[in-house]
Design a protein around this ligand. Structure first.
Ligand SMILES: Nc1nc2c(ncn2[C@@H]2O[C@H](COP(=O)(O)OP(=O)(O)OP(=O)(O)O)[C@@H](O)[C@H]2O)c(=O)[nH]1
Ligand SMILES: [Mg+2]
Length: 398
């Protein structure tokens, strides 16, 4: 699972990336600091079921922090996107190529309105964040419409003559973007078009279809960043204008500061908490003390920095992912080596037991016999839809 950080230049995508991964990629107060995409791993939180067993867990892929599993999510931070990017403006299509693998987007905007559409710093309040939401989305729509409509007349007449399946033919044009037949079928149901005569579809029709395909295949959440520079009314206003797309206010700058101070041992702080404590005996410089005071007053106004909540709302809300715990011993909840609850997997809601088996290992999927619920010990069939937090053993023929 990969999440793409998208948005116009200079809104704080790389700062957010650093805050979420604790990596150290360059950030700067001007457009196009990032050109080559940055990749890293972040975490979303999920309660660990080890307490039910009364034994500590032995995490492999997802560390357990005081009963909370940190489930990994891959992030990609790409170059900023300016109006006309789909046609090559700014860094053009480059960022689009880097986004092909992303399953969902955190769309970062400057809530303070202090950057031009090209990402040049301006007076706060001089630009409207909802306009960024609209133009960035439009660029993505045009990108997909471009791929969809390549030599459309010739191709669509060919399908009509050969009687090709429309959904498969269209999906075939978009596989490089990770859009599948199921997504196309869904979009074809939504958008009223004459399925027997695709050669009659207009450019506008193709744009509609592209727009719908992106909504289906790429859930997104608007990250209203630089919230430390504005009052809360700005968030309410933006929410009203971009609904039903979910919005979260963040200060990536302050979250980065907190996480780095915690890593340096100066403060104790857990991402997502509305407070931090200076570690006894840490010697803070005047500058550090002032920075932490500023964070404190921000937290009083906003509650938290909003950063981890933004990622979690995207993953668990918009992208509808759940966490499951495959084990090899349904009684002890261990793998073959005796490790307790070794793995936590993120899978889409509705994933079946057999689909999970395939994710763990192709062999396990192919030789799937049944699954066993680790709590009730009941057998679960191949089509059983997994539940969030489920602990289960997959039984396969040897
Ligand atoms: N006040 C404030 N400034 C921020 C925040 N997040 C980022 N910035 C600042 O915004 C500027 C741009 O940050 P970057 O992370 O480089 O932005 P970007 O979107 O990756 O920019 P490009 O790579 O050029 O597209 C830097 O000066 C950051 O310190 C925030 O939450 N609050
Ligand atoms: Mg950047």
């Amino acid at each position: 699972m990969e999440v793409g950080l998208i948005g116009k230049p200079n809104v704080g995508k790389s700062t957010l990336f650093n805050a979420l991964t604790l990596l150290n990629v360059p950030v700067g107060p001007y457009p196009f600091t990032t050109i080559e995409a940055n990749k890293g791993v972040s975490f979303v939180r999920f309660p660990c079921p080890h307490g039910e067993k009364g034994t500590p867990c032995t995490p492999g892929n997802a560390p357990c922090d005081a009963g909370t599993r940190q489930v990994p999510v891959h992030l990609v931070d790409v170059a900023g996107l300016v109006p006309g990017a789909h046609a090559g403006k700014g860094k053009g299509n480059k960022f689009l190529d880097d986004l092909r693998q992303a399953d969902g987007y955190l769309h970062v905007v400057d809530l303070s309105g202090g950057t031009t559409p090209e990402g040049v710093l301006a007076e706060p309040g001089s630009f409207r964040p909802e306009e960024e939401v609209a133009f960035v989305q439009e660029e993505l729509d045009l990108w997909v419409a471009g791929a969809l409509g390549k030599q459309w007349d010739k191709a669509s007449r060919g399908w009509e003559l050969s009687g090709a399946k429309l959904d498969e033919a269209i999906a075939g044009r978009l596989t490089g973007m990770g859009i599948n037949v199921g997504n196309v079928q869904h979009a074809l149901r939504d958008v009223p078009l004459d399925h027997a005569r695709p050669s009659k579809w207009t450019e506008e029709d193709l744009l509609h279809l592209a727009r719908d395909l992106l909504r289906i295949a790429r859930p997104r959440l608007v990250v209203a960043n630089k919230a430390d520079r504005v009052a809360q009314e700005a968030l309410k206003d933006l929410e009203g204008k971009v609904a039903p797309v979910p919005v979260r206010a963040t200060s990536a700058d302050l979250e980065l500061l907190l996480r780095r101070a915690a890593k340096a041992g100066l403060i104790s702080y857990r991402p997502g908490e509305g407070k931090f404590q200076v570690v006894e005996g840490s010697r803070l410089s005047g500058g550090q003390q002032k920075a932490l005071d500023d964070v404190g007053s921000y937290l009083q106004r906003w509650g938290t920095t909003g950063v981890i909540e933004a990622l979690e709302s995207l993953v668990f809300g918009a992208m509808k992912q759940i966490v499951v715990f495959p084990v090899e011993d349904e009684n002890r909840w261990t793998d073959k080596q005796g490790r307790v609850l070794p793995d936590a997997h993120l899978v889409p809601q509705g994933t079946s037991a057999r689909q999970l088996a395939y994710r763990v290992h192709t062999d396990l999927g192919e030789h799937f016999v049944r699954a066993i619920d680790g709590r009730t010990r009941r057998a679960l069939g191949a089509d059983h839809p997994l539940q969030g937090g489920e602990v289960l053993r997959i039984v396969a023929k040897r």
